[in-house]
Design a protein around this ligand. Structure first.
Ligand code: THG
Length: 262
């Protein structure tokens, strides 16, 4: 599992104030802690409250890459904000994200090619969030068609079925899990799959329990990558155990310690 740490996000009060005050230490500590906890990459989002994301995003990129070489996942709904992040990045990058809308694909696929970046394609469109598996698959196929036409490597594309909070869309959870499995069958070589895990428990109690239970199910459905809180130790232990049971890691009595040291 390719783990992308979610904690550098202006949605969190500490990061919002670090952005305002240009406090590098808060952001750099958050980056180091997530990497120490097992993050393979770091999501960077200025959050919706940011007044100046065109300046905040490159500042986040520069600040984080002073302390880690891990890939940076540039998270914004605004292509211009992503581009400012790409310009500032020395580390590898993942664009987060394009939707299935042609006007977004037309900007972000060429940007991904130009900057040699990976790309997340999220299965939403200007018509809104899909309500079932078939709509998710249709939007995924639209993204794949465009990417293939543009000559962007499908192996560098991550498809995201868009995880909804369980307290508002409980009837969609099974469809989301099935979409993860079926995205992989849409073409050869297969695209990768990704989710924003914590969406599922927004506004709910027992968040960590809901997150780790869903992650286990998604791993069994073939999920390749997740944006999550790597500092949630029970979540990370559950992930390691799930991958062990799926024969992705070798069993030994001390498998948790052994995997964490990797
Ligand atoms: N897909 C993709 N990218 C994404 C998402 C996705 N990026 C953003 C988001 N979803 C993933 N990241 C988060 C980060 C935090 C939370 C949820 C998802 C979260 N935050 C607390 C909350 O809202 O309750 C904040 C609590 C606080 O303020 O301290 O849950 O799906 N491609």
């Amino acid at each position: 599992m390719f783990i992308i740490g979610e904690l550098i996000n202006g949605m969190y009060a500490n990061i919002a104030s670090a952005l305002k005050e240009r406090n590098k230490k808060i952001v750099q500590d958050c980056a180091r802690e997530q990497v120490a906890a097992g993050a393979d990459a770091l999501d960077l989002s200025c959050g919706t409250a940011s007044k100046n994301p065109l300046l905040d995003m490159p500042w986040l990129v520069e600040t984080v890459q002073e302390v880690t070489d891990k890939p940076l996942c540039l998270d914004s709904s605004k292509p211009k904000v992503i581009e400012e992040g790409l310009k500032a990045a020395k580390n590898k990058t993942i664009i987060n994200s394009t939707t299935a809308d042609r006007e977004k694909l037309e900007i972000l696929v060429p940007l991904a090619k130009k900057y040699n970046s990976k790309l997340i394609g999220i299965t939403i469109s200007s018509k809104g969030i899909p309500q079932n598996k078939d709509q998710r698959l249709e939007l995924a196929a639209q993204i794949l068609d465009y990417v293939n036409e543009a000559g962007f490597a499908v192996s560098d594309l991550y498809l995201d079925p868009i995880v909804m909070p369980v307290n508002v869309a409980q009837d969609q959870m099974k469809d989301i899990l099935e979409a993860i499995a079926e995205f992989k069958m849409l073409c050869e070589p297969a695209p990768q799959t990704i989710i924003g895990l914590s969406n599922i428990s927004q506004g709910a109690k027992h968040r960590s329990l809901i997150n780790r239970t869903f992650l286990t199910m998604a791993v069994a459905s073939g999920l390749d990558s997740a944006i999550l809180d790597p500092k949630d130790k029970e979540l990370m232990d559950t992930l390691i155990a799930a991958e062990l049971i799926l024969n992705k890691n070798i069993y030994c009595d001390s498998f948790l310690d052994a995997y964490r040291k990797k």
